[in-house]
Write a protein of this length. Structure first.
Length: 160
């Protein structure tokens, strides 16, 4: 496994194989083979663009929902977490330590749409004891990408 390739792809999934080869000192064929192996092993689960939705007219609202849950015998939190991941409104689900059990990141077109999703869907799940909703007011950094200011080309220079 090549952790350097994983790190570079995590930073920018649009790097070409040739760029990755230059940055890692590997051949393009080796990089292709490494990426193929990483995908087959399930280490690379997908490729996604980080979009600054606030700059579009189609902006959306997102919220972090804290869920306290009663785990099921022999299943723990897996059953309820798996059920929650199936909703289209849900972006992410995390098992947490501390004051609550699951952290659910939810998106919707309006604050009310998100609130109604929490009230009608999440809070009515049998295992859910309580919810606390925290609306995201501004994003400054997402998935290692700063959303303020200008971005720079981080590929470095190539000496010839």
């Amino acid at each position: 496994m090549n952790k350097k390739i994983l790190g570079l792809l995590n930073k920018n999934a649009r790097y070409t194989v040739d760029e990755l080869a230059t940055m890692t000192g590997l051949t393009a064929d080796t990089v292709c083979e490494e990426i193929k192996c990483l995908e087959q092993a399930g280490l690379i689960r997908g490729y996604k663009a980080v979009i600054d939705w606030e700059k579009l007219d189609t902006a959306y609202v997102s919220a972090l929902i804290e869920l306290k849950v009663t785990p099921k015998a022999a299943l723990g939190f897996e059953e309820v977490a798996e059920r929650i991941t199936k909703y289209n409104e849900v972006e992410s689900v995390y098992l947490m330590s501390g004051g609550y059990d699951l952290c659910v990141i939810v998106k919707g077109k309006t604050f009310q749409q998100v609130a109604m999703f929490v009230a009608k869907e999440l809070s009515t799940i049998d295992s859910v004891i309580s919810t606390a909703t925290h609306f995201v007011l501004r994003r400054y950094k997402e998935m290692d990408v700063e959303l303020l200011g200008t971005s720079t080309d981080d590929r470095g220079t190539l000496s010839l």
